[in-house]
Design a protein around this ligand. Structure first.
Ligand code: MN
Ligand code: MN
Length: 296
């Protein structure tokens, strides 16, 4: 069972990202720099006394996930772009995982993603099967005339663990997993005009501690320590390292760490056919009356 204290921490993390969704939707417009969006969001999380659970993902159009602004990134939001902003914050390891999509124009794909998320949430109760949630999400997308990104899923959440538990697909499945009171999950439908299978692509901007390994460069040892301790083994951005290490050395050190198996990398995930993708995500505590921690 989940304790009141744990619920309070999930809620605290959730309130921070919920407010960020509202604030960012008010301030982002064509021409806004992605780097400014990322720094504003991560700075707000830290100021609120929480920590990022992963670098802000700002993935545009056919990129579905895992892009985060680069060191000195000059890219800006374009007219009509589908800008997926995926934010994670944690308080003492209790994670809020939330995403929304911004577009300067009215977008049926964004509405379809939000509707699918809401339909998924509507069936949550103690005793619900994962397959039932998936069916609700998928059915909603189909009735909107859209289709899912088939290889991206929602997931269970645990303390200091936001992706490792079980997955909640956005496509029909026979998952036998049944959710109980106090389980914490994130639902995250990704929609496109037809079914998409995303593939790994460049650039790689996000990494995560995997295991301690012997490495030669001093900078590699520094990054390994940051990854395990300062970032609590949560994913981190190449950009974050520039505060500690000369940008010239970062690339070489990351290469050494990846080859040694000390770090896992997260390449951008995109549709090679260039179809635009929208995403919506909330974190929910399963209860008779479910708690959506990431909504105000
Ligand atoms: Mn997310
Ligand atoms: Mn997620």
């Amino acid at each position: 069972m989940i304790s009141e204290d744990e619920i309070a921490k999930y809620r605290e993390a959730g309130a921070i990202v919920a407010k960020l969704r509202v604030d960012m939707l008010k301030t982002i417009r064509p021409g806004t720099k992605l780097l400014d969006i990322g720094e504003k969001i991560e700075g707000t999380i830290l100021k609120a006394g929480a920590k990022p659970a992963f670098p802000v993902n700002i993935s545009i159009n056919e990129s579905a996930a895992h892009y985060t602004p680069q060191i000195g990134d000059e890219k800006t939001v374009g007219d009509g772009d589908l800008v997926k902003i995926d934010i994670g914050a944690h308080v003492d390891g209790y994670v809020a995982d939330m995403a929304f999509t911004y577009c300067s124009e009215k977008s049926p794909l964004i509405k379809a993603a939000e509707d699918a998320l809401r339909e998924g949430i509507s069936v949550i109760r103690p005793g619900v099967k994962v397959s039932e949630i998936s069916q609700a999400i998928y059915g909603s997308m189909k009735s909107s005339g859209c289709a899912p990104v088939v290889n991206l899923s929602g997931h269970g959440i645990g303390r200091y663990d936001f992706h490792g538990r079980f997955s909640i697909p956005n496509v029909p499945n026979n998952s036998s997993i049944v959710l109980g009171e106090g389980d914490v999950i994130a639902l995250e439908p990704f929609v496109a005009e037809s079914a998409v299978h995303v593939t790994e692509a460049n650039p790689v901007e996000i990494y995560q501690f995997a295991q301690k390994r012997p490495v030669r460069m001093m900078e590699s040892r520094k990054i390994m320590s940051l990854a395990e301790n300062d970032y609590s083994s949560f994913p981190f951005a190449k950009r974050w390292l520039a505060k500690h290490i000369s940008p010239m050395k970062i690339k070489m050190a990351l290469l050494e760490l990846e080859r040694a198996g000390a770090l896992q990398s997260y390449p951008v995930l995109k549709d090679m056919q260039g179809r635009k993708i929208a995403q919506a995500e909330d974190t929910i505590i399963v209860m008779d009356k479910p708690i959506v921690t990431t909504r105000l």
